[in-house]
Ligand binder design. Structure first.
Ligand code: SF4
Length: 98
């Protein structure tokens, strides 16, 4: 049965339990979503040893001049945040979950 993710932004998905529990049938939005690290990885700017979300303990998304941080609270001078600011310019930072 098709379904969408019915939740407000920044709230943990009810299908999450140490990973997605509906991986095979997850919504299109989930399949298409790319965090900032994945975008950097796909463009060849980082490799799997650099700043991977499961290694650094947080995940970053950038949308419309805002950097959203989920899953953990990085130090303000974390090198990934500095790298993103260099690429994107001045961003408002919103810490969501974590
Ligand atoms: S991939 Fe989508 S459906 Fe699965 S846990 Fe994450 S938000 Fe929920």
């Amino acid at each position: 049965m098709p379904h969408g993710v019915e939740k407000p932004a920044g709230v943990l998905c009810s299908y999450y339990d140490n990973g997605c529990t509906i991986q095979e049938t997850k919504p299109k939005a989930c399949t298409e979503y790319k965090c900032y690290w994945l975008r950097l990885f796909e463009s060849g700017e980082v490799d799997t040893t650099q700043w991977r979300p499961n290694e650094v303990g947080f995940m970053v998304s950038v949308r419309k001049g805002v950097m959203y941080i989920d899953g953990g609270r990085p130090e303000k001078d974390h090198p990934l945040l500095g790298y993103i600011k260099e690429r994107e310019g001045d961003l408002k930072i919103i810490q969501r979950t974590g």
